[in-house]
Ligand binder design. Structure first.
Ligand code: FAD
Ligand code: UDP
Length: 362
């Protein structure tokens, strides 16, 4: 007899399993249809012996100290501040757009103060910032928007930025100084021995039984449990009763190259000419030293594993209907990026799981 059947061994499911077992003495069965733990954060050593992220680059960053400290119980950290270059007009330029981006793109030597005036002269004011186009155009104007954001977004989402919530492109800040870090969070670090090792330590508690390569639908009839925590796609749980919630997928092309360095930055974004959005070189992220190097190309697509909820008003409306159904389903708790249809980073999923745990304990 299990107290909880938890569906999905990603951050949401694994944090809840750990807390319920180690924090509340519950007996937990954690199932995942994949053959590994970690969900989309899973990493492993490829054939060449390079540590890679199977489902694309995962860089940890967070502000809440509780989240950082909580995960720190299961891993040592390697300090890492992420940096990205964008391939625009034949140059590799820093993104987020900052002072150096603009000066190098246009051959200028503006100061920060002058850059603010430069933006102000080009920004197109909007009454209310609603879309992902509004966010950028109202801040830096149309030329930078077109070069850095419009086509990348169309490619990544299959939608024009004008059709997406402001929150999507608002993830990438604009800076007038020279700070070229991709994130500004207080804590920026990578699990020193990888994500998978961290998950394994999290799940090593004797109160947790892990079942991999198993769809929960194939086990619900076979095991006794009191409550379920579900972190898969919420629409799938209800057999798409109101129609499918849109998710964007990716095709990952992994490559190993017989040289120590492939590109001059951890990630290079390709907003315009290429069919892929970005190339990630893992050794920058992990700090691993190796004579070879492994990279991944990301090709956005509609079909495939559901990686990204698509933030736009009509999808929020459809999700609200599933949420009402979820709220009215006794004995099942929904969590995670797919279970609550939110474009969450890893740390936000951890915070959400810790909040749900606190509620379950009451
Ligand atoms: P998931 O990791 O998706 O886990 C859900 C699990 O449920 C899956 O393993 C799935 O197999 C399982 N499951 C689903 N249905 C069933 C079923 N019926 N039966 C059994 N098992 C089932 N976040 C960051 O903070 N930094 C980053 O740099 C970053 N980069 C990202 C890059 C990419 C390409 C993607 C796609 C995401 C990125 N994220 C990043 C987001 C991060 O992946 C998520 O926030 C986090 O992994 C979500 O955890 P989760 O547990 O909610 O979901
Ligand atoms: N984006 C863009 N150009 C870039 C980087 C990001 O247009 O060079 C937009 C794009 O819509 C992307 C969103 O900003 O989906 C968020 O970017 P982020 O790097 O956070 O995406 P993720 O890592 O979640 O895929």
């Amino acid at each position: 007899m299990f107290d909880y059947l938890i569906v999905g061994a990603g951050f949401a499911g694994s944090v809840l399993a750990e807390r319920l077992a180690a924090g509340a003495g519950k007996r937990v069965l954690l199932v995942d249809r994949r053959t590994h733990v970690g969900g989309n954060a899973y990493d492993h050593y490829d054939d060449a012996g390079v540590l890679v992220h199977k489902y694309g680059p995962h860089i940890f960053h967070t502000n809440p100290r509780e989240v950082f400290d909580y995960l720190g119980r299961f891993t040592a950290w390697r300090p890492y501040e992420h940096r990205v270059l964008a391939s625009v007009d034949g140059q590799l330029l820093p993104i987020p757009i900052n002072l150096d981006t603009v000066n190098r793109l246009y051959g200028l030597s503006l100061t920060s103060l002058e850059l603010e005036q430069f933006f102000a002269a080009r920004a197109e004011p909007v009454e209310a910032v609603r879309t992902s186009e509004d966010v950028i155009v109202s801040r830096v104007g149309r030329d930078l928007y077109t070069k850095f954001f419009r086509n990348y977004t169309r490619k990544q989402w299959g939608l024009d930025p004008g059709e997406l919530d402001a929150s999507v492109t608002a993830r990438v800040p604009v800076r007038i100084g020279r700070d070229d870090r991709y994130f500004s969070d207080t804590y920026q670090a990578m699990p020193r021995h990888g994500y998978t090792r961290m998950f394994e330590r999290m799940l090593a508690h004797p109160g947790i039984k892990v079942l991999l390569g198993a769809d929960y639908r194939d086990v619900v009839g076979e095991v006794a449990y009191r409550e379920m925590i579900y972190t898969g796609p919420v629409d799938e749980f209800f057999d798409h009763r109101f129609g499918p919630l849109p998710y964007r997928s990716l095709r990952f092309q992994h490559e190993t190259h017989d040289r120590p360095v492939f590109q001059p930055a951890p990630v290079v974004n390709y907003p315009n000419e290429q069919p892929y959005t970005r190339i990630t070189e893992f050794k920058y992220l992990t700090g691993q030293e190796h004579a070879k190097t492994s990279v991944v190309y990301e090709y956005p697509c509609d079909d495939g594993d559901p990686y990204y909820p698509v933030p736009r008003p009509e999808n929020a409306e459809l999700y609200r209907r599933y949420k009402a159904l979820a709220d009215a389903t006794p004995g099942v708790h929904f969590a995670g990026r797919l279970g609550t249809y939110r474009y969450y980073n890893m740390d936000q999923v951890v915070a959400q799981a810790l909040t749900l745990y606190a509620r379950l304990r009451e």
